[in-house]
Write a protein that binds this ligand. Sequence first.
Ligand code: UDP
Length: 374
Amino acid sequence: MKYDYLIVGAGIFGCTLAERIANDLKAAVLIIDKRSHIGGNCYSELDKETGIETHKYGTHVFHTSSGKAWEYITKFTEFNSYHHQVFANYRNKLYRMPFNLETINSFYGVKLTPSEAKKFMGKEIGREDIGNPKNLEEKAISLVGRPLYEAFIKHYTIKQWAKNPKDLPSNIIERLPVRYDYRNDYFANTRWQGIPIDGYTAMFEKMLKSPRIRIKLNCDYFKHSFKVNKKVIYTGPIDQYFGYKYGKLEWRTAKLSKKIINLEDYQGTSVINYADPEVKYTRIHEPKHLHPERKQNKNKTVIFYETSTYDKDNPHYPINSESNQEKLKKYKKLAFDKENIIIGGRLGDYAYYDIDKAILNALDTYNNRIKLNT
Ligand code: UDP
């Protein structure tokens, strides 16, 4: 059968476009994914043994300040009241992450007020003469000084990116704010946040519910040929689409290994980061805490150890170094010249998007490149 649109990849970008094309444009869509499930890296499933909703690819917390993204996604799910908080384990002691007044006070063993802490940190930062930070290390030191950088950022970053922080771009660390107060909500300045009340997968199923959408799983785009009337929307890695013509882009992959623990609660919170170099994992996730509204298993919990690796079949995080950006520019030029193909999403754009950003990009793509052209 011939479809109007073929969408390659059933993650948030692909599912948003499929939903819009089917329900607004009223056209027929085939959405394929090489994995055995929809939802991309947001995919969630009930663990069979414990009944706990787990995030197979790591904790995903929806958060946004965009009314447009919120209005769109709440058509398909309600959100629970979960608010994300994160701790970092450094030499067997837990600290607040992102850095706040409590992190500073407990790390230095002091009890500073916000204005005292600002002065104190100003001195710490001033010990090194960093004018315009040129890489992640310099940026981090310019934000928190060397001692906090060495403790919480340096080794975590090496574990996560397998690169010296001097060889990484400074914008990675811009995701991690520094607060001179006691706010410990990870997304403190964000208007809406939470976890889909019935899990992410139920939300994706609702998005793809139209009779105009056909879903084909375990289907590798590169191993089949497809007949499409209008456009192909490809959301896989852009370098793979062009046969690695200009070389491979570098990626990292979060690898999660699951363990069932015979305890009601293992760590008391959903995510703890591990800053020390001797500990091989970067984080431990305990997804039970993501659904405080649910009646949960009283005897067991599930945890996931996260290590950072590279798996060529599962690229997750782009490494935005200069050489990768150079290659990306060339691939984007090739993509721009192709009329019947749209490349997008986190893998297609080689970008570190949050969920709301992927939705907003998909809505813009739909309005400007699909709806306008029909
Ligand atoms: N980071 C760090 N220590 C931490 C948490 C984060 O050094 O305890 C750095 C690290 O380089 C990481 C970046 O900050 O890649 C962004 O962290 P975030 O938690 O936003 O990453 P994500 O949740 O997207 O993996």
